[in-house]
Design a protein around this ligand. Structure first.
Ligand SMILES: [Fe+2]
Length: 214
């Protein structure tokens, strides 16, 4: 058996990147059509800043074996589309029984989490805040600040990501918007569609199926 080598990586807080990982994923503003409530504001912003990288991930993926870990750093730009703060697409782990740990390195943001039945939680994150995302929660990062928001993350290597779960419900149930007083507030997403009992049962069963598939 080939054992993975111990490694170390330098995190550059100025750039929000982890060096020497070999894995670098970038998301540009223009790729995020349909994510934000204010379509007109998005189109106006994308016309001038569409090529701008608004969030990126550098990570270390030793393998996809159960029990191993993917570890990395995510950097998010500051900004708003209309009154809605910049955010990631968000996902639930394809193997829904897998959790994730985040640790704030720089800036100010939050983790928006939604359970399959629509229960919602927000956890504010600043430098040195640790955030535990339990299994079965959809999660999305939001930058609330005026500068880059940078976090370390760590999750089981066999988690996988399902992004479509958010699209199927017309977004997450809650949007994070400017409160007009220098802070943020939650706002309901009127387009949100609740998952049926059958959809929730199928979602929770996916863990069992993945376990059996191995
Ligand atoms: Fe995740």
């Amino acid at each position: 058996m080939q054992w993975p080598e111990p490694r170390s990586f330098d995190v550059d807080l100025a750039t929000g990147l982890m060096a020497g990982t070999g894995s670098h994923y970038q998301k540009r503003l223009g790729d995020l059509a349909g994510l934000y409530a204010d379509t007109r504001a998005f189109e106006a912003l994308a016309a001038s800043r569409g090529d701008e990288v608004v969030y990126e991930v550098t990570d270390h993926r030793p393998n996809a074996n159960a029990g191993d870990l993917i570890t990395g750093v995510t950097r998010m730009s500051a900004g708003k589309v209309g009154d809605e703060f910049f955010m990631t697409r968000g996902h639930i782990h394809a193997n829904v029984d897998r959790p994730e740990l985040y640790f704030g390195l720089k800036g100010h943001g939050l983790m928006l989490m939604e359970a399959p039945d629509g229960e919602t939680r927000t956890v504010e994150i600043r430098a040195n805040t640790m955030c535990y995302v339990p299994p079965r929660w959809i999660h999305r990062s939001v930058n609330l600040g005026a500068s880059d928001f940078v976090m370390l993350f760590c999750y089981p290597a066999d988690s996988g990501q399902d992004y479509a779960i958010i699209e199927r419900s017309n977004g997450m149930r809650t949007r994070i918007v400017d409160d007009g007083k220098g802070g943020w507030q939650s706002a309901p997403n009127p387009a949100w569609r609740a998952r049926t009992h059958a959809e929730i049962d199928a979602l929770l069963a996916s863990h069992t199926e993945m376990e059996q598939a191995r």
